[in-house]
Design a protein around this ligand. Structure first.
Ligand code: DX5
Ligand code: ZN
Length: 234
């Protein structure tokens, strides 16, 4: 079966007890913490920075932290996130003057690097940069807020990038972000995605019997993914 990973977006968590929320969602079976950084400039919202990433590491989070930068400029803040314990750092190519240099900067800081594509952003920059990427993140909503509706045509982009990664035999994760829930995760996986960000889909689906647990929703997502794994004959 494909190596599917589920990445809860903490944008939908309870920020007053963020460490505990991360512990709980990981203990319930999530793989990666998706960490949304917004600057009220590149996107019309303001969230969290390196201090919060560092605090989560000090709290004891050992799972990969997937830092999604929705900021412009990007370069100045990258070393701060590397020091704060980021595993992946992804950025939007529109927000960097020199995309390849920014990828090199992230890798030089010892992190995994990736590019993020808004729904309306073409993929052409991948012609020269895909072999340098550890991750490609396709936005299936316009970035800035959780709880928006999934944009279906992004699945065509997913199929295109999956083909590019496979044709070139690259070790690169293909992630999707926005509007992913248990009821569409299988269709998304069938389009070639292997890493699934979900904010409201997971944090809005706490166990009814215990609001600190997310096993029910995560199991539902895994069951859906298992169907795709077997359909592919993997
Ligand atoms: C949107 C963020 C997402 C967001 C996803 O700009 O990048 O990570 O939290 O939230 P949902 O899954 O609720 O669409
Ligand atoms: Zn995100």
């Amino acid at each position: 079966m494909a190596d599917f990973q589920i990445a809860p977006s903490i944008l939908s968590a309870d920020f007053a007890k963020l460490g505990e929320e991360c512990d709980n969602v990981l203990a319930s079976g999530a793989d990666i913490i998706h960490f949304d950084v917004m600057d009220n400039h590149y996107v019309p919202n303001l969230t969290i920075g390196p201090l919060v990433c560092d605090a989560l590491r000090k709290h004891g989070i050992t799972a990969p932290i997937d830092v999604h930068l929705m900021v412009n400029p990007v370069d100045r803040i990258i070393p701060d996130f590397a020091k704060a314990g980021a595993t992946y750092i992804t950025f939007h190519p529109e927000a960097s003057e020199h995309v390849y240099r920014t990828l090199q900067l992230i890798k030089g800081e010892g992190c995994k690097a990736g590019l993020v594509f808004n729904p309306a952003t073409p993929l052409d920059v991948l012609e020269y940069t895909l072999p340098k990427c550890d991750m490609v993140l396709l936005m299936s909503v316009n970035p800035g807020f959780s709880g928006q509706a999934f944009i279906p045509y992004v699945l065509d982009k997913a199929r295109q990038v999956r083909k590019m990664i496979d044709d070139q035999g690259l070790d690169c994760r293909l992630e999707i972000d926005g509007g992913v829930k248990a009821d569409n995760i299988a269709e998304v996986a069938a389009a070639g995605i292997d890493t699934f960000v979900s904010g409201s889909g997971i944090f809005g689906g706490r166990n009814e019997s215990d609001p600190n647990k997310y096993d029910t929703i995560l199991k539902q997502m895994r069951d859906e993914l298992a169907k795709v794994g077997s359909k592919r004959g993997a």
